[in-house]
Design a protein around this ligand. Structure first.
Ligand SMILES: Nc1ncnc2c1ncn2[C@@H]1O[C@H](COP(=O)(O)OP(=O)(O)OP(=O)(O)O)[C@@H](O)[C@H]1O
Ligand SMILES: [Mg+2]
Length: 264
């Protein structure tokens, strides 16, 4: 199963990615998380200490790797000849960070050409890597994507079985989420749901969702969890949250609804 976690900046994509990865891996599934943010920080949320996390080089920033596999250095743009189908089958094993027995993370970095400054060899490598992972690995794959829609770019969206669009319980945030869901379904993402996160007032959030989503898009609520705020102040991993915490129990109930074959 391939799950895309998308949504506007700061809505809680990395938080939901991490909690979901803990829940699924603890339920006995092999899980691979891919961080495709240009400012990757999923590692910290997944419990890698910040001093260690800062040493992880995103694939797209790894000059040696990019040069070895494509024949050109990151940042070299049009005009340079580079291999478009570089070897990528060993990347998870060589560059993946093992979080626990059946949970790993690969920090890919941004595949957004505009953020990388060019349509460069690094992006060709990253896209080839993603395609390879989506088509040949048997883990549950969760992609913590960058705010915006680049991950829906040509040739990747259709691999996803599910997009969870993380939203805040506001009119504007839900309006953006609605657009992202429309785009995702046009691009053949198989199933879409909106996760309304950081909810403090459930009846009000439900009213707003009913008005904005008209029963057309399924939505799920994750309540505001003060414990998260405390962890974030100290840069600690979300693995330290007790699995009785609010955010855990709400994400578990989403898993029960969206992936009923998984027992959590
Ligand atoms: N349910 C929640 N309750 C309380 N705080 C939350 C909740 N979900 C997320 N947060 C907080 O919101 C902030 C943003 O979360 P997060 O980093 O997961 O968002 P993001 O969408 O990944 O952001 P970015 O677009 O920058 O990658 C963090 O401080 C996080 O602790
Ligand atoms: Mg994030």
């Amino acid at each position: 199963m391939k799950i895309l976690i998308a949504g506007k900046g700061g809505t809680g994509k990395t938080t939901i990615t991490s909690i979901l990865s803990f829940i699924l891996s603890r339920a006995g599934y092999k899980v691979l998380v891919l961080d495709t943010d240009s400012v990757p920080n999923t590692a910290i949320s997944m419990g890698i200490p910040p001093s260690e996390a800062s040493k992880i080089i995103p694939l797209v920033m790894n000059e040696e790797l990019v040069e070895e596999r494509t024949g050109a250095r990151p940042g070299e743009g049009w005009g340079v000849f580079f291999t478009l189908n570089p070897r990528v089958d060993d990347i998870v094993d060589r560059y993946g960070v093992r979080i626990s027995n059946n949970l790993s993370l690969v920090v890919v970095g941004s595949i957004d050409a505009s953020k990388q400054g060019c349509l460069c060899p690094a992006i060709a490598l990253a896209r080839q890597f993603l395609r390879h992972v989506f088509t040949s690995r048997d883990e549950i794959i969760i992609v913590d994507s960058e705010a915006g829609a680049e991950v829906f770019g040509r040739g990747l969206a259709e691999y996803f079985d599910l997009m969870m669009c993380i939203s805040e319980p506001t009119y504007k945030s839900l309006a953006i989420s609605r657009k992202l869901v429309k785009l995702a379904s046009e691009l053949m993402v198989k199933e879409n749901a909106i996760i309304v996160n950081k909810v403090r007032n459930i009846p009000l959030a439900k009213l707003l969702c009913e008005k904005m989503l008209n029963d057309e898009i399924p939505y799920y609520i994750v309540r505001y969890d003060k414990l998260l705020e405390d962890l974030e102040y100290e840069g600690r991993g979300l693995n330290e949250l007790p699995d009785t915490s609010i955010v855990y129990s709400d994400v578990k109930s989403i898993v029960r609804n969206l992936m009923p074959w998984i027992k959590v």
